[in-house]
Design a protein around this ligand. Structure first.
Ligand code: GLV
Ligand code: MN
Ligand code: MN
Length: 432
């Protein structure tokens, strides 16, 4: 094992002790004490290696490594926040890998005596609240950066206890007014699925995203006595919400085709007042519909809304559709895919093309600037779970690849330094 690899694994182990859970995972939901502790730990780490750290108005953390003073910036990043009882690797692996790879690029340029060939500087971005569990929607920091959400709206967004993003970020001291345009973006992440493992591959080159439509629904009923209220008189919000959960699964089964799968879920479900002898007055739930194909997704989505109307009648409830978070099935930069494939070849790493089912900050960034997205395998595809695992060998192979990709990007092999911002394509929309 090289000293580079040993130092990456040692840093990864240290980072994983921040917000560690008894089950071997982490709980570092956005802007909690544990997230703040980890952000500060990361700041200390990179400052010790010559990076300068700043925060923007929604808490995105920028760690800058200047290679060529005055040159434009390229970004590498992911997120340090986690799900409740989440895994150690989701997001955090990519941020730490970005910092190590940036440092290695600096060393490689120095060793080759070619510091002057750097056409870009590197910023490692830890995007605020990618997970979207404490504050909805997900991919919040990168949504503001790419103009899909306004900072004002985000800062006022509250968690279930009524704490706003602004208050939470201020309480952990990771908010500022820094701004930095970047010319390209690179992200590495664990796959969170099993396709690489099934194919025996070390690296996934992500060619496109799946489309996703997420809806917050509120099912309104009327609070009543579970014994004394006859069935005919009930407006049972829990019955309506449960029917919606079942409908979502049926839609996945009925709309999936050989070529294009449909995946649906209800990940959040809150019953009011949630008391043993009370018919529920209200349920808040979130339904998520995804597919690789826009037409298949549109048909599944239309079916969901048609079923909502039927469920309202069946359960004698009113179903309100609240905020939505939608992104399209869309390709990553083709030249980036080629550059990443050539980089993997040059290192002798097995690789294959994959699509991403999960959303990532690169889902947003690819609509703003040329973007490269890389995956390393997840053991058994387990994710959003304390048992999430990526082997040490795969982690360090990913850092090797990321370093090679970044070196090529910094040398101007992906985009030239005169290509600035691409125009913003608001294909994905977020509304609240
Ligand atoms: C990420 O936000 C996801 O929903 O996949
Ligand atoms: Mn993630
Ligand atoms: Mn996640």
């Amino acid at each position: 094992m090289t000293s580079h690899n040993a130092s990456f694994l040692a840093d990864f182990a240290s980072m994983s002790s921040n917000g560690a859970t008894a089950g071997g995972g982490v709980d570092r939901q956005a802007a909690t004490v544990a997230d703040g502790q980890n952000r500060n730990w990361f700041r200390g780490l990179v400052e010790g290696h010559g990076f300068t750290v700043r925060y923007d108005r929604v808490g995105n953390q920028y760690s800058m490594l200047e290679l060529s003073p005055g040159a434009p910036w390229i970004a590498v990043g992911s997120h340090l926040d986690s799900q409740p009882l989440g895994g150690r690797f989701d997001g955090a692996y990519g941020v730490l890998a970005g910092a190590h790879a940036a440092k290695r690029v600096q060393e490689m340029l120095a060793a080759a005596g070619s510091e002057s060939s750097a056409k870009f500087n590197i910023v490692v971005i830890n995007w605020f609240n990618e997970e979207g569990c404490r504050f909805k929607p997900s991919m919040m920091g990168s949504s503001v950066y790419t103009g899909k959400l306004s900072a004002a709206q985000v800062l006022e967004t509250t968690d279930p206890d009524g704490v706003s993003v602004r208050e939470a970020l201020e309480s952990i001291g990771t908010i500022g007014d820094f701004e930095l345009p970047v010319s390209a973006y690179v992200e590495i992440h664990i796959e969170q699925g099993r396709s690489l493992e099934d194919r025996g591959l070390t690296i996934g080159l992500v060619e496109s995203t799946w489309g996703a439509n997420k809806y917050e629904f509120v099912v309104h009923g009327d609070q009543a006595h579970t014994g004394a209220t006859v069935i005919a008189d009930r407006q049972d919000a829990l019955l309506g919400a449960s029917a919606l959960v079942v409908a979502a699964r049926e839609i996945a089964l009925e709309h999936s085709t050989e070529e294009h799968m449909v995946i649906t879920s209800c990940g959040e479900f809150n019953v009011f007042p949630n008391s043993p002898v009370v018919v529920a007055s209200r349920v808040n739930l979130l339904v998520d519909v995804r597919s690789t194909d826009p037409d298949v997704l549109a048909a599944a989505d239309a079916d969901l809304h048609a079923r909502v109307a039927k469920i309202e009648k069946m359960a004698n409830v009113r179903i309100e559709r609240g905020a939505e978070h939608i992104w399209g099935a869309k390709a990553y930069d083709q030249a980036g895919l080629k550059l990443a494939a050539e980089s993997a070849e040059s290192l002798g790493l097995s690789h294959g093309v994959v699509r991403t089912l999960a959303g990532h900050d690169s889902t947003n960034m690819k609509d703003l600037v040329p973007t490269i997205m890389l995956f390393v395998p997840s053991v058994e595809g387990i994710s959003h779970n304390e048992r999430e695992l990526t082997s040490d060998d795969d982690m360090v192979a990913g850092v090797d690849l990321l370093s090679e990709v970044l070196l090529r990007v910094v040398r101007g092999e992906f985009i030239s330094e005169v290509e600035g911002f691409a125009s913003l394509d608001l294909d994905a929309t977020v509304s609240r």
